[in-house]
Design a binder for this molecule. Structure first.
Ligand code: NAD
Length: 492
């Protein structure tokens, strides 16, 4: 674990620059508290500068005149650049957000795939011709929206950055992207890759700084045409409110309290595996985490016992250590927030069957570690069944009937994802049809495909990322009507 402390600059108008104020922020390794890098700490002046560069690049720059084919080629180059630096990017991801290396490697590979997916799509943005009355030839063209503000969270820094930039650029927009203040490193490395690939100056600007004073300025900025936000539901509400000033387009990918439903007829071993992976991958810091495990009462006790038997396989440690399956939480503050939920679960009478505390291993004391935690006999009214914990805490809720499982699953303000485990495909599809959420899995949990739309119902967001839907979110639609009549309409 080499700890070279790199001092980063951010990308504004094709230049790598410090914050106008000269302020910086230390980025710390959540596994041991050590400083791993120093980044600019932006404020309004930097957001203004980045927006004005993005504005000029959109209004007057070469980007809109760059052919779709050439835009696509540049995105392919970015994908190549990510692959060429994959090992370093994966390490940076571990050092700033804590996830195990194998998970970070997967994220980086997927980020490259995402750029490739949208590189190919740049040339497939089509218009349509409509059947209107015969005296008009009418068609629809799709055009970029303009300057896109993009705000990214800390749990999948590189992947969320790619989900935002790749479709926006493929569609011909210019961007000001703000990574999370806790995990900006891979976005800043990506900035270097973007410049090396030959993206024109001002088309992509990456500005590092906090939510208040930086993210909120971007959301409210009158020169920004669209804001795309991924983060907490309450922050999403603020972003949406800030966007009303100039009625910018808004897309939101927010939180979840996702049900993972196991029926008695499920493949038992696969479901146990899937329940644990759904809850504990990425330390449970996943918007789509299966954090509410609904288990058929007929197998409930046996199921919890089987999960407990596997808990020792989840080796806790620094993400760069061999064999580690769960890293630290992103920050001490977040660890304490998650511990607050553990305390709430205990005081509300849920049965703590494992974890709930920091590991006793002294070597981990300086990191933000929490043991994988399972609460059994949780009732749907408890706080740990209702609020997004965003940590390695699984709430097990038994149910008796299919109807009850559906009712509990939908009894939430969120609507992001859900899993269903059953060998009866009729039942699985019947349940999926009733679930009020945007992402569902049958007999699996978590696989995410660049080809498939990602997003939530209810307060889990609005709009979709990825797939064909993801590029629509970065396009305006213009109708063009050509009069085929020779004579004036002679209305007056
Ligand atoms: P967060 O809302 O605290 O922060 C997200 C981003 O918003 C950060 O870059 C932050 O600096 C910025 N921000 C904070 N306050 C802001 C404000 N007032 N105006 C504008 N920007 C502001 O979220 P987080 O803690 O970084 O991430 C965790 C949350 O993200 C969880 O709720 C999780 O469910 C959600 N998430 C959702 C998805 C999804 O696809 N639906 C994916 C990943 C994470």
């Amino acid at each position: 674990m080499g700890h070279e402390i790199k001092k980063y600059k951010m990308l504004i108008g094709g230049e790598f620059v410090n914050a106008a104020s000269g302020k910086t922020r230390e980025i710390c390794d959540p596994g041991n508290g050590k400083v791993v890098a120093i980044v600019p700490e932006s404020s309004k002046a930097d957001i203004d500068a980045a927006v004005s560069q993005a504005r000029a690049a959109f209004d007057h720059g070469p980007w809109r005149q760059t052919s779709a084919l050439d835009r696509g080629k540049l995105l392919f180059k970015i994908a190549d650049g990510i692959r060429a630096r994959a090992a370093k990017l994966a390490e940076l991801e571990v050092l700033s957000c804590g996830k195990p290396l194998a998970e970070a490697e997967y994220d980086i590979a997927d980020a490259a795939n995402c750029f490739e997916f949208y590189a190919g799509m740049a040339t497939k943005i089509h218009g349509e011709t409509m059947q209107v009355p015969a005296n008009s030839l009418s068609f629809v063209v799709r055009e970029p929206i303009g300057v896109c503000g993009q705000i990214v969270p800390w749990n999948f820094p590189m992947l969320m950055t790619s989900w935002k930039l790749a479709p926006a650029l493929a569609a011909g927009n210019t961007c000001v992207l703000k990574p999370s203040e806790l995990t900006p490193l891979t976005a800043l490395d990506l900035a270097e890759i973007i410049v090396e690939a030959g993206i024109p100056a001002g088309v992509v600007n990456i500005v590092t700084g906090p939510g208040p004073g930086c993210g909120d300025v971007l959301s409210a900025h009158p020169q920004v045409d669209k804001i795309a936000f991924t983060g907490g539901t309450n922050t999403g509400r603020q972003v949406m409110a800030a966007a009303t000033g100039n009625l910018k387009k808004v897309s939101l990918e927010l939180g979840g309290k996702n049900p993972n439903i196991v029926f008695a007829d499920a493949d038992f071993e696969a479901a146990v595996d899937g329940a644990l992976f759904g809850a504990f991958a990425n330390q449970g810091e996943v918007c789509s985490a299966g954090s509410r495990l609904l288990v058929d009462r007929k197998i409930h006790k046996k199921f919890v016992e089987a999960m407990l038997k596997k808990i020792p396989n989840i080796k806790l440690g620094h993400g760069l250590e061999e064999g580690v399956k769960m890293g630290p939480l992103v920050s001490r503050q977040h660890l304490e927030k998650v511990e607050g939920y553990v305390a709430a679960g205990i005081s509300e009478g849920a049965k703590l069957v494992c974890g709930g505390k920091r590991p006793s291993d002294a070597a981990l004391a300086k990191g933000n570690f929490l043991e994988p935690t399972i609460f059994d006999d949780v009732t749907p009214a408890m706080k740990i069944a209702r609020e997004e914990i965003f940590g390695p805490v699984l709430s097990v809720i038994p149910f008796d009937t299919e109807e009850e499982a559906i009712q509990i699953a939908n009894d939430t303000e969120y609507g992001l994802a859900a899993g269903v485990w059953s060998t009866n495909i009729n039942r699985a599809l019947r349940v999926v049809r009733e679930l009020r959420c945007g992402i569902t899995w049958i007999n699996t949990y978590h696989p995410t495909f660049n080809e498939m739309p990602w997003g939530g119902y209810k307060q889990s967001g609005s709009g979709r990322e990825l797939g064909l839907y993801g590029i629509e979110a970065y396009l305006e639609v213009k109708q063009v009507n050509i009069n085929l009549d020779e004579a004036p309409i002679a209305w007056y």
